[in-house]
Design a protein around this ligand. Structure first.
Ligand code: FES
Length: 174
């Protein structure tokens, strides 16, 4: 009669901790960088303009406009940009056709070589006269009298051309 003890072992189940693994998926937007090729912005500007208009071929007019043997005054304006300031200067030359030949052209500056006053052609005297200090130059620009140290400046050689019947000078400031 022995009582029996019945014991039972209670299985103990450990609930394993659940690990919540949070996977964060970072979508890396692949920036297939459209490498936008910026076109190389070059200076596709006419050299004459690029230089600020300091140098350029200036058309003075068609040959037939100039009477053979008589200096004809021609003026032109050049503008210059300095920062935000734009100034316009007027220049003058005399065009002289020495004969009927289309290349027989002479162009003289009207600036007196003394102190830069403007000379005028005087038909009666056959001379360019300067109103400032009474200088006189002959029809080819040579000094006849007065204080100028040298002849009138001349556009010749590479600085003078007749293209399509139009007389041009290559003007460079200064
Ligand atoms: S500027 Fe012409 S003579 Fe003096």
């Amino acid at each position: 009669m022995a009582g029996s003890h019945h014991g039972s072992a209670v299985g103990y189940h450990h609930i394993s901790r659940r690990d919540f693994i949070k996977l964060t998926t970072v979508a890396l937007g692949s920036l297939m960088g459209a490498v936008i090729g910026l076109p190389a912005i070059g200076y596709l500007v006419d050299p004459a303009l690029k230089a600020g208009g300091k140098e350029a071929w200036i058309p003075l007019g068609p040959l037939e406009k100039f009477e053979v043997g008589k200096p004809t005054p021609v003026t032109f304006i050049r503008s210059k940009v300095n920062g935000w300031e734009k100034t316009a200067n007027s220049y003058g030359v005399f065009v002289l056709r020495k004969s009927d030949a289309p290349t027989d052209v002479m162009v003289l500056s009207n600036r007196c070589t003394h102190l830069s006053c403007r000379v005028n052609w005087k038909e009666e005297q056959q001379a360019y006269l300067c109103p400032c200090h009474d200088a006189a130059f002959d029809i080819n620009g040579a000094v006849l009298g007065g204080p100028p140290p040298r002849p009138l400046d001349k556009y010749a050689g590479e600085n003078l051309k007749v293209e399509d019947g139009v007389v041009h000078i290559f003007f460079a400031e200064g």
